[in-house]
Design a protein around this ligand. Sequence first.
Ligand code: V0V
Ligand code: CO
Length: 142
Amino acid sequence: MLTRIDHIGIACFDLDKTVEFYRATYGFEVFHSEVNEEQGVREAMLKINGTSDGGASYLQLLEPTREDSAVGKWLAKNGEGVHHIAFGTADVDGDAEAIRGKGVRVLYDEPRIGSMGSRITFLHPKDCHGVLTELVTSAAEH
Ligand code: V0V
Ligand code: CO
């Protein structure tokens, strides 16, 4: 069951400058940052609300590490902006299978490693009315 908005993914050209904008404008601080080579991103998670039990919500600022990555290609075409939304669930495997059964393309056969040790998968934006949609089970939940 999808129980929360886990994060909104925002693509940017310069992670440090974008982090500084969110800090100076809203007071949001970096909760966590990492590089995910498989996904081709350098990212910063800004915690917006919630607890440490896996139920929090974040902004995920994403800078591509290579031009041919998902975010690199998207930025070249669209410029900066909202790249994806992520719904949180305690059971990414079960929810992905159930959604696949409804005819929506799930991009991975098995969930992959996401931010902060989470397990993630994606739904094709063309099957979701133009929204790249991620499903995530946080490390605390699995
Ligand atoms: C592409 N399209 C999008 C889109 N990206 N539409 C809405 N939102 C997006 N973010 C559209 C694009 O405009 C095209 O439409 C069509 O889909 C095909 O796109 P493409 O440019 O030819 O690119 P593809 O097909 O090579 O790749 C698109 C997909 C790719 C969605 C398959 O981006 C992907 O695998 N994404 C999942 C992985 C990901 O995004 N990783 C980065 C975040 P037209 O022009 O044909 O109409 S990593 C992350 O979130 C982590 C680590 C985490 O949360 O922990
Ligand atoms: Co994400």
